[in-house]
Design a protein around this ligand. Sequence first.
Ligand SMILES: O=C(O)C(=O)C[C@]1(C(=O)O)C=C[C@@H](O)C=C1
Length: 359
Amino acid sequence: MSIDDLRNEIDIIDEKIVDLLNERAKFVLKIGEIKQQNRSQVYVPNREQEVYLRITSKNKGPLSNECLKAIYRELMAGSLVLEKAIRVSYLGPEGTFSYFAAKQKFGSSVEYIPARGIECVFSDVAGNRCDYGIVPVENTIEGGIRETLNMFVKHDVKVCSEIILPIHHYLMANCKKEEIRKVFSKPQILTQCKNWLAVNIPCIELIEVSSSAEAARIVAGAQKSEEGRCFAVIGNSEISHKYGLKILFENIEDDPSNTTRFFVLGKEYSGPSGKDKTAIMCYVKNRSGALVEILGPFKSYSINLTNIESLPTRKKAWEYCFYLDFDGHVSDQNVQKALEEISKKCFDVKILGSFPKGD
Ligand SMILES: O=C(O)C(=O)C[C@]1(C(=O)O)C=C[C@@H](O)C=C1
């Protein structure tokens, strides 16, 4: 067969795919109508998980599971928008890792609203200005993002999904490495590249700004001046296209396994997917052994604890609460029993969410 013949075959299949996609979309529209009548959430993370598991288990190749999942991610994001106009708030501006985490989850069909800070993302969701919000919650190098965890004490929102994003940093500039005079980025990013900077461009002034996208904006804006031409930025590679900067070095993060977890904030818990996590906030009584008492039930009911952080309650000086997340869903029997026991040892236990485990 010639290339033209093969392309003809592809054209015929493409027509069938388009028809099938639209046939699928008609069922989505019907689901959307039912959800509107029931006033239920359009985004259903556990159903999406089920779809991913189904399509990958049916996959006979040659397409990889990752490729199929990416196609379906965009397809289901398109479905969401058919059901309802979706607004997603993220820690802006455009080009931050929160932005890419948001796109990884919601694709390119929804409306993205950049927020000025983590608290703004929470208030966008709590105040119904946005349907969902994306915030960073934990990084493999720096641990829990306290600004995010603290907000759960203040705002009434739920965690409905999580996103795991590998983090790679790039050094971008429009001059040679030897000419760099200043490096702009977000404090956390500069920390994550500390050793690389010390070895490769020592004694260069490091300037902290609010985000890597803001750093790129400053550096791009300064290109006309003699001094500004020698400015560099560290951030993700997408920034380089947007701001016309060249990538000088790739993957300069000190730890190549650098990964950040993001939460999708919403108004409802997600249903069980079979592979879930639960996040809670425990307000403990201030007495000796209080922490041991809340940890005991995890051992008794064989629940794998995945994170624990202590946070000030902000109600009384030196009074703390604990953020915990663990494997399992609130509807699991062992989780329910453990939560029952933990509740007896606390003033209050707030369930922040149960959601499909990110991969
Ligand atoms: O099953 C649903 O509830 C749907 O709305 C359909 C669908 C899909 O396209 O498969 C779309 C969005 C939801 O987040 C989950 C699944």
